[in-house]
Design a protein around this ligand. Structure first.
Ligand SMILES: *[C@@H]1O[C@H](CO)[C@@H](O)[C@H](O)[C@H]1NC(C)=O
Ligand SMILES: *[C@@H]1O[C@H](CO)[C@@H](O)[C@H](O)[C@H]1NC(C)=O
Ligand SMILES: *[C@@H]1O[C@H](CO)[C@@H](O)[C@H](O)[C@H]1NC(C)=O
Length: 417
């Protein structure tokens, strides 16, 4: 009852709801001043240095994903796309070994998978984000691009996390992307036949093409992919100038964050304050979009507007949508039972310094069956402006259990101002 009282009180003072400050804080799991790349052997490290493949100041971590395995334990994965050279590997597992700049990474699944410069398309070239499913599979979305050069076609790799081996590879064909212009950055995966009864063979992957403004749908049963385009996937120039922690930069990114309640695909461009949605049963129909990528324009709709733009987003099993807005920096929840507008945005307590540009976000169900929000924050405003200070903490993996806020509601009667 006390919690409800605080929500009501604060609603009168701010445009959005702020939860009772007694609620738990966001916890920092790992933090880095600069990324720390470990190598299987010292010879591998020396070779990487000699080839110009180890330039840690070039590395910006983007995503986080976590998985629990009875024998392998809890593993936390992170990605570092090859915006430029000097990145020895693009997908890593975080170890508990620490150096001055932070915990040491090790290449995942192993170093032999990582091709430093796009010269071997059988290996992994550059990854922005991954998705882990209830089938103990990791879906790795590889752009094939290093430093603006399309070395390899984009590909989707499916790794079995029980054995850390490849179970499937799908190479995208030119009907789904445009060389260099496209950039596949975000995959989300829906398993239609999950365990314990299902066999994980009916899987859809939705992929955001951030630069050429499209969505790609991959269907595992058909083992094929098609492209979907819509005007809502474009960046809005009115929201292309961003401000984070009082630093301004321009980022005209299109469709970026994805989430789904298994009926709708929610999505937003980064340069935008709107959230959009389209029914899955429309975009899952290959026939419609094979003929015309821009088909069914009226199936897409705007569901609402947020207080400011954001990057990543994630949805929990109650269909709450989570994201961190840029200006001001707020960790926010939007409940699908309410209209999507600023009044029904619920902020919960978090130190803004921890949350400067959350580029990766996942809802993970832990061993106890409770859902947790995992985030990668990377102060991208400083990456964009070239003023990262490596004597400060720049990159963080954050966690917050969700059970205390998943059911919290904002009372309707207090919405008038
Ligand atoms: C690029 O890859 C080739 C083949 O693996 C290798 O010989 C070469 O040293 C690499 N160059 C750089 C800069 O890593
Ligand atoms: C896909 O769309 C086509 C054309 O509108 C329609 O004929 C077909 O029934 C749809 N397929 C499914 C599985 O809904
Ligand atoms: C939250 O809601 C779910 C159903 O949506 C219910 O099963 C659960 O018991 C609720 N938890 C709390 C703490 O109220």
């Amino acid at each position: 009852m006390l919690g409800k009282f605080f929500v009501v009180l604060l609603l009168a003072l701010t445009p959005h709801a702020i939860l009772n400050v007694e609620l738990r804080e966001v916890e920092t799991v790992y933090e880095w001043k600069q990324m720390v790349f470990g190598f299987p052997t010292e010879a591998d490290r020396q070779e990487a240095i000699a080839n110009g493949n180890l330039v840690p100041e070039n590395a910006t971590p983007i995503d986080v994903a976590t998985h629990q395995h009875p024998e392998k334990g809890s593993r936390i994965f992170t990605t570092t796309p090859r915006f430029t050279t000097g990145i020895p590997y693009t997908l890593a597992v975080v170890t508990d070994k620490n150096e001055a700049n932070g915990p040491v990474l090790q290449p995942y699944p192993d170093y032999s998978w990582h091709n430093s410069n796009g010269s071997d398309c059988d290996r992994i070239t550059s990854v922005y984000r991954v998705a882990i499913t209830e089938c103990d599979q990791m879906f790795i979305l590889d752009t094939g691009v290093v430093a603006e050069v399309q070395h390899c076609p984009p590909q989707l790799l499916v790794l079995d996390l029980n054995t850390d081996t490849l179970s499937h590879r799908y190479i995208f064909d030119s009907s789904t992307y445009t060389e260099v212009a496209s950039r596949f950055i975000t995959p989300i995966v829906i398993v239609n036949d999950p365990p314990p009864t299902g066999s994980c063979s009916k899987v859809q992957v939705y992929i955001a093409d951030v630069l050429f403004h499209g969505l790609v749908v991959y269907d595992s049963e058909l083992n094929t992919a098609w492209r979907v385009e819509n005007r809502f996937m474009y960046p809005d120039p009115d929201h292309g100038l961003l401000s984070i922690a009082d630093e301004k930069f321009i980022l005209m990114d299109g469709i970026f964050g994805l989430a789904s309640d298994r009926e709708l695909l929610y999505f937003h461009p980064l340069a935008s304050v709107s959230e959009y949605a389209v029914p899955l049963n429309v975009i899952n129909n290959r026939t419609i979009f094979e003929e015309n990528k821009e088909a069914e324009p009226h199936a897409f709709r705007r569901v609402g507007k947020r207080s400011s733009s954001c990057a990543a987003q994630a949805m929990d099993s109650h269909n709450n949508l989570y994201y961190v807005t840029f200006d001001p920096i707020m960790l926010t929840r939007w409940s699908p039972n309410k209209p999507y507008n600023v009044k029904y945005e619920m902020e919960f307590p978090a130190d803004p310094k921890l949350l400067e540009f959350v580029s990766g976000m996942k809802v993970h169900k832990n061993n106890a069956g409770k859902e947790e929000l995992w985030m990668m924050s990377n102060r991208y405003q400083k990456v964009a402006n070239g003023n990262l200070d490596f004597s400060e903490i720049n990159f963080r993996i954050l966690r917050r259990a969700l059970d205390d806020i998943q059911n919290a509601s904002i009372p309707d009667e207090d919405q008038s101002q």
